[in-house]
Design a protein. Structure first.
Length: 319
């Protein structure tokens, strides 16, 4: 694309404008940029003359953006931010083994991926990792990822999915709630509040059927949309919740929750790695896929209480 340089300000001029606008003061901008105050004033004046508009109004000892100046600042800040991010990305890619952008569900990211991702980075310390979260994976437009971890198997054209794992679902409550209601047997669940997950309305029905238990009101109870909130509801004594075991390791270890009954019930669906077909064999994606499968297999062999990883001493992660 050909650039008309007669109407293209220099990067230095844009940086000076952004700093002056942010501080509302040429003197503070000059200190930040290691320039003289007159040099800052000159660059702003030249920018205004080139554009033929006033960007600032001088009010006593301060400079105040005009309406058009405020609109220009929004675009300039975005452009400078994009330029910095692109430069860092290119530098990281040149210095290391490549860049990997992954996305996963927020709860899975916090409860499973983050405690373990340091191990991946230590094994692949040349990879520049970027992480995002999603509710539905996208591989097009501005929200484009090299790989996504999702619950279930959404139909994503042009992408391949790889099964990772299902969830071991267990009933939990606070120690005080268990003591207060004297929960000792499966039948006691008929006399307590069953916390419901909005997006999985049949969870208690499926779990109790697997246990050979007949619940009188398996769908009655407060409805909560997200696992972290559901978990906290159980911690604060609102009732009994069904949650994936690996989501609550910290709560069990700290004694904030107790597992009422051991359970071999697993969710009917599970987590899948979804990768665009064009990126399936990319070295960074292959390394991540291999690590995921190895880590999940290793977790399956460990006692549940030990499923934690030391994520210290890991390279930076960009969210």
């Amino acid at each position: 694309m050909s650039i008309n340089r007669s109407v293209s300000p220099s990067i230095r001029a844009l940086i000076t404008f952004e700093s002056a606008a942010r501080h509302g003061n040429f003197r503070q901008a000059s200190m930040e940029l290691s320039l003289t105050q007159s040099a800052v004033s000159k660059q702003i004046r030249q920018l205004e003359e080139m554009m033929g508009i006033k960007l600032f109004e001088r009010v006593r000892q301060r400079v105040v953006l005009t309406d058009i100046g405020r609109k220009y600042l929004d675009d300039v800040s975005r452009i400078l931010g994009d330029l910095e991010e692109t430069t860092h990305r290119v530098m990281a890619s040149k210095a290391g083994a490549g860049e990997l952008t992954i996305s996963s569900l927020p709860t899975f990211t916090v409860c499973w991926l983050m405690p373990r991702i340091g191990d991946f980075l230590c094994r692949n310390n040349g990879i520049q990792l970027n992480m995002a979260t999603h509710l539905l994976p996208s591989f097009h437009g501005s929200e484009s990822y090299d790989a996504a971890i999702h619950y279930g198997t959404p139909n994503v054209p042009g992408a391949t999915s790889c099964f990772l794992m299902s969830e071991q679902i267990v009933p939990v409550c606070s120690p005080a709630y268990r003591k207060q209601h004297g929960i000792r047997t499966l039948d006691d669940l008929n006399d307590v509040v069953l916390l419901q997950r909005t997006t999985r309305p049949n969870e208690w029905c499926d779990w109790s059927e697997h246990q050979g238990l007949r619940l009188s009101a398996p769908r009655c109870g407060p409805r909560i949309s997200h696992f972290p909130v559901l978990t906290q509801a159980a911690v604060y004594g609102m009732g009994v919740a069904l949650v994936p075991r690996f989501f609550i390791q910290d709560e069990l270890k700290a004694g904030r929750l107790v597992m009422l009954f051991d359970s071999d019930y697993t969710s009917k669906s599970g987590y899948h790695l979804i990768v665009p077909d064009a990126k399936w064999h990319a070295p960074t994606v292959r390394a991540f896929r291999t690590w995921l499968l190895e880590t999940i297999a290793s977790d399956a062999k460990r006692p549940a209480r030990s499923l934690r990883y030391d994520s210290s001493a890991a390279p930076a992660i960009h969210a």
